[in-house]
Design a protein around this ligand. Structure first.
Ligand code: HEC
Length: 446
């Protein structure tokens, strides 16, 4: 048989295996039903499904053998799957024979053989599943046991400790290549789980040449047109991004494929791209995960509306509706202090806040948008807002702010839009002109 034909036939194995599983299990269920309901008439059905199970298991084993010849699977898992598979074939044959001659062999032996057969069948199926889907396929989402580390890297104390291979490239290989290049399923005889195995190369030898990315098979494979036969990842799996390819190229050419080369030595674009992907202890990533949902729930009970703007940074949009304020806005504002650095947008329109409350708001250091329109606020309160160095948009419509307040506003250099409708300030005021000249859009209603 030609290699292609072997592969073609072998690939029916994953489909076919469901037949013997079905036949053998239904045989056991029939048998159990007989044992409980004492329906001797079913003996024929048990015997027939055992026979079908044995024959189809034999065919499955042959197909599986052909599939294993076509390459791509190897290692201990394959051996165990193979042994368990043939054991299942043999036990189902014995079980058929013993069941047919139950009167001679006795019920106990019959049940024991059936038990072994089901055990062998389960073990075979489990190893088979692990071969195709990975060893943790069955338990990865189990409600018990330890969860697999997400395909992020190890946790680092600081960015300076990051290594290009271990902390940037390996997580990429893990999520995009290892489904086919790992122990137990080393397609092209290439194992990509570690630097050492990568160094060994695949069936055609080394896959990279240090300092020569152009001649490296690894790079050629991931930079081919996606429809090319040799393109990796194969079979239409999610390709590497432009940046991921660039990092690989950089590591091989500039980094001379040294597994210990530091990320800090890489090009600036690479560092900038890689940084947020690192797992830095106490860094933004970790902080981002610490959105305190319990506290947010409590805020919502008090009448706040809270929206997560970015899970990456933990940024929040917080609104206190005027009807929820009930003249106790000052009190309610205190509840925001524990998350003050996460509040990027804040709206307190018409809540009755006063000048004295603005010193609290001035502590929200990441504030970008602030709406405090329609409140009894004047320039004396506004002066506290000077410290908000990220404030881009400020709505003061319908407040008591007068021209004197413009001095403060001119000092907030991050400001981009300012709303002054329904205030005592005149659009033609010289100070307004000055703020406009600094690039701020000043809006006085329609
Ligand atoms: C869906 C399965 C699959 C995925 C995912 C996959 N590969 Fe492959 N890979 C193969 C197969 C099959 C071969 C062998 C056939 C061939 O050479 O094209 C192979 C061969 C290779 C080879 C050549 C080895 C040699 O010595 O001939 C390289 C290099 C390679 N893969 C790199 C990668 C990289 C890098 C990734 C991740 C971006 C990846 N592969 C993802 C299936 C896959």
């Amino acid at each position: 048989m030609t290699q292609d034909l072997i592969t073609f036939i072998g690939r029916f194995h994953p489909l076919w295996v469901h037949l013997p599983i079905g036949f053998l299990i239904i045989a056991v269920l029939f048998k159990a039903y007989m044992a409980l309901g004492k329906k001797p008439a079913m003996q024929e059905a048990v015997s027939f499904s055992m026979l079908l199970g044995t024959i189809s298991a034999l065919i499955a084993a042959v197909l599986g053998f052909l599939l294993s010849r076509s390459g791509g699977y190897d290692g201990d898992l394959l051996d165990m799957h193979l042994v368990a598979g043939w054991t299942t074939v043999i036990f189902s044959g014995i079980a058929w024979w013993v069941n047919k001659n139950e009167l001679r062999f006795g019920k106990k032996l019959n049940y024991a053989v059936l038990g072994f057969m089901i055990l062998a069948l389960s073990v075979t199926g489990h190893f088979g599943g692990s071969l195709t889907h990975g060893e943790d396929y069955l338990t990865a989402f189990a409600p018990f046991g330890e969860k697999q580390e997400e395909s992020k890297g190890r946790v680092l104390a600081k960015v300076e400790n990051a290594e290009v291979f271990t902390d940037v490239i390996q997580p990429v290989l893990r999520s995009k290549c290892q489904s086919c290049h790992r122990p137990g399923k080393t397609k092209g005889e290439l194992n990509l789980v570690s630097y050492e195995t990568l160094l060994k190369g695949g069936e055609n030898g080394p896959v990279f040449i240090a300092a020569d990315a152009e001649k490296s098979e690894l790079i050629r494979r991931v930079t081919l047109p996606a429809e090319h036969d040799d393109f990796m990842p194969a079979e239409g799996k999610k390709p590497l991004t432009e940046e991921e390819v660039q990092v690989l190229i950089w590591w091989i050419s500039n980094g001379k494929a040294d597994p210990k080369v530091s990320l800090m030595g890489a090009d600036e674009e690479i560092i900038a791209w890689a940084k947020p992907r690192l797992n830095i202890l106490g860094g933004e990533k970790i902080q981002a995960l610490s959105i305190d949902t319990v506290h947010l729930k409590a805020l919502e009970k008090m009448g706040f509306r809270v929206r997560v703007l970015s899970h990456e940074t933990g940024a929040l949009d917080v609104v206190l509706p005027s009807d929820a304020a009930k003249n106790q806005a000052s009190e309610l504002l205190k509840a925001l202090l524990p998350i003050k650095d996460q509040i990027y947008w804040l709206s307190l329109a018409g809540t009755g806040i006063q000048d004295s409350d603005l010193s609290q708001i001035a502590q929200f250091s990441n504030l970008q948008r602030l709406r405090i329109e329609n409140n009894p606020i004047s320039e004396s309160g506004i002066s506290a807002l000077r410290s908000l160095s990220k404030l881009e948009s400020l709505n003061l419509n319908g407040t008591k702010v007068s021209t004197a307040g413009l001095e403060t506003l001119a000092e907030i250099h991050s400001l981009k839009s300012l709303f002054l409708w329904n205030t005592a300030i005149e659009p033609q005021d010289k100070k307004v002109e000055k703020i406009r000249a600094a690039g701020v859009k000043v809006v006085f209603g329609s």
